[in-house]
Design a protein around this ligand. Structure first.
Ligand code: HEM
Length: 266
């Protein structure tokens, strides 16, 4: 986001009301025509315990994080899910059957419909396992970390304070130590029974802990909605003439030359 947009909005808010005196709801009243505070308004009014607000650069970082985390990730997740729908037509058929039973008679997905796609949900989760949009996360250690692993012959290894660690989600999701036949695509891995038998930390497309993904429910709902509407209207099939995607990682998991999927309307 351009800092000039941030500066202009800051001026508008300051002109319309003294933010130190008003709660959010008062600011809504002052704006008059504005019914809800948008993300930028909220950031502009955020203050720490000492009453210090965010600088324009801080705000720009937050907005960039949201745009990147909110757009590129789901774009990657949905692209790979479409690829898996064409690669595994039998699973596509199952997903479509479920979708038609829920939204066959209407043009959109309603809020309550989202819980009625258990198979599509399992399919998306399996797609996020083999093709996690965020392939790795990083952490800086505030304290030394003691680890014991088969990799270190089961001896304690101490990683010093201030070390920068990169943790591979892609590696975890394809590890034979964690998953049986990890390269086989099988949505049933996400049945209740299978999930109950697995370690909570075996599957981390949205990371874990204090800095995990705050948009994960939104992301799952977005992907379910878009894929359900696609499956309702179109059959997806493989473009035999285009190359198999070559995994390519920058920050997000992409395909080197794109992902080619053909569609025909029902
Ligand atoms: C398939 C879609 C998505 C995936 C796979 C994904 C994955 C992740 C991962 C792995 C992290 C943690 C990074 C870390 O631990 O360092 C993260 C953080 C974050 N995600 Fe997502 N994300 C997705 C969608 C979204 C959406 C739709 C939004 C917002 C609408 C969003 C907002 C964020 C934000 C703001 C953070 C930073 C949280 C923090 O640092 O406290 N994400 N995401």
């Amino acid at each position: 986001m351009k800092t000039v947009i941030i500066a202009e909005r800051r001026k508008t808010i300051e002109k319309k009301c003294d933010t130190s005196k008003y709660e959010n709801v008062e600011i809504i009243k002052q704006y008059g025509e504005k019914k809800l505070l948008d993300f930028l308004d909220i950031l502009l009014q955020t203050k720490d315990d000492e009453g210090k607000g965010l600088s324009d650069a801080d705000i720009r970082d937050e907005v960039d994080t949201f745009l990147f985390e909110g757009h590129d990730t789901t774009a990657s997740g949905m692209s790979w899910a479409r690829y898996n729908l064409v690669k595994y037509p039998e699973f596509q058929e199952k997903c479509r059957k479920e979708v038609m039973a829920v939204i066959g008679g209407k043009d959109n997905v309603e809020w309550n419909d989202l819980q009625k796609f258990p198979y599509l949900t399992k399919f998306i989760k399996e797609s996020l396992r083999l093709y996690p949009p965020v392939v790795a996360v990083g952490r800086k250690l505030e304290n030394p970390l003691t680890m014991r692993s088969k990799l270190f012959k089961s001896k304690d290894v101490v990683i010093p304070k201030n070390s920068n660690l990169i943790f591979s989600i892609f590696g975890l999701h394809r590890s034979e130590n964690v998953w049986k036949n990890p390269t086989i695509f099988d949505p049933e891995r996400f049945s209740k029974e299978e999930c109950a038998q697995r370690d909570t930390y075996a599957y981390l497309p949205f990371s874990a802990g204090g800095r995990n993904c705050i948009g994960q429910n939104f992301a799952m709902n977005e992907m379910k909605t878009v894929l359900a509407l696609t499956l309702k209207r179109y059959q997806l099939y493989l473009d035999e003439e285009t190359p198999t995607p070559i995994l390519h990682t920058r920050v997000i998991l992409q395909s080197k030359d794109g992902i080619f999927v053909k569609i025909r309307p029902f």
